[in-house]
Design a protein around this ligand. Sequence first.
Ligand code: GUN
Ligand code: ZN
Length: 437
Amino acid sequence: MTLKAFRSACLDFVANPFYVPESRSVRYIADALLVLEDGKVKELGDYAQLKDSYPEIAIESYPNYLLLPGFIDIHIHFPQTEMIAAYGAQLLEWLEKYTFPTERQFKDKSYADTIAPLFVDELLRNGTTTAVVLAAVFPESAEALFEECDRRNMRMIIGKVMMDRNAPDFLRDTAESSYADSKALIEKWHNKGRALYAVTPRFAPTSTPEQLTYAGQLLAEFPDVYLHTHLSENVNEIAWVKELFPENQTYLDVYDQFGLVRERSIFAHCIHLNSAEFERLAAAKSTIAFCPTSNTFLGSGLFDIERTIEQNVKIGLATDVGGGTSFSMLKTASEAYKIAQLKQQKLSPFQAIYLATLGGAKSLCLDDRIGSFEVGKEADFILVDPRSTNIMALRNPETVPTSLEELSDRLFSLIIMGDDRAIHSTYILGELAHRRS
Ligand code: GUN
Ligand code: ZN
């Protein structure tokens, strides 16, 4: 049995601040003691009250930092790491011109092996401890990332992309091979250590009905795996789906017809949904991945967060690198705030941090394991430095906030100005996994 303890200001959530007032959804302890046992949360409380219960533990103290649960990025592309920030195109042209040629390289396992640690390092540097990741079409690329995340003990959801049409020859599988390769990966990796699998048809235009049938079959055979794809991102994409699947009423119907719309299904973007689609996602308990930096970068449109919340659709926050422009969930939250502003909507600092932590965990049905400091949860957490740059130090006094109002103001400046420099350290199961140099 290993006991560890960390003393700092600490913030997490005990309810959803989109529906429950902040006074009852935010848990903030200005001088907290977080006690871990064997990589799980044993206790969290006021330092003054808890310290005498653990006279034998050496306590690590971080007086001017903030302890937060690790960030959860619910949609990101591993083989697009090196093509982040590709100029001048919207979705379909961007895929052809930049994405497909880059993803081609991941057929080579040794190449995927060289990028996997860089990708994971970048997540950890930015405080992200769990991500839902698309690998390339090649099973080797998923294998490389599963291996790397297994070495780091990370709770990650990964899937090999399925795509058997409307892509270059070098990037296509077949309906049958995608089924067999996905099944083999599920059998090898799903629930191995902390790894989980997502069946990952890229999006409707790059899968034949046969392939989508196989995707549905995998979900029927392995009901607790995830389904991960894109939905309703770009108007030309939507028009193309209409041409390819003329018999379906909506884009979501295409997926629904093959049994892909259910709990543990994650649909990235969802910018241009109609009412029926929102209602269906809510009824199915499916999840939307809101990818703000990607949506502005690719000119896809402005996501409607207010409507998503009103219609009770599950939602998490995501970077969507390389369509997205940063691995930082702080920068992602900042862009989410700006999109809300452009739509005359609100996204409070607590709501944004909720989406990046407990909200993300709930959107993945993982809130029994990660996302907050509830007793028994896996201890993936970060220490945040709200004074990490000169201008942030000027903006934020050295004193620890004592009220929710003060904390909210500090958090907002952290979201708007913060990046990887604000992540002092990242812990996986209570073990240090990254420390800012
Ligand atoms: N739709 C299908 N593939 C992709 C992709 O790689 N990135 C984004 N943003 N949208 C997609
Ligand atoms: Zn994407």
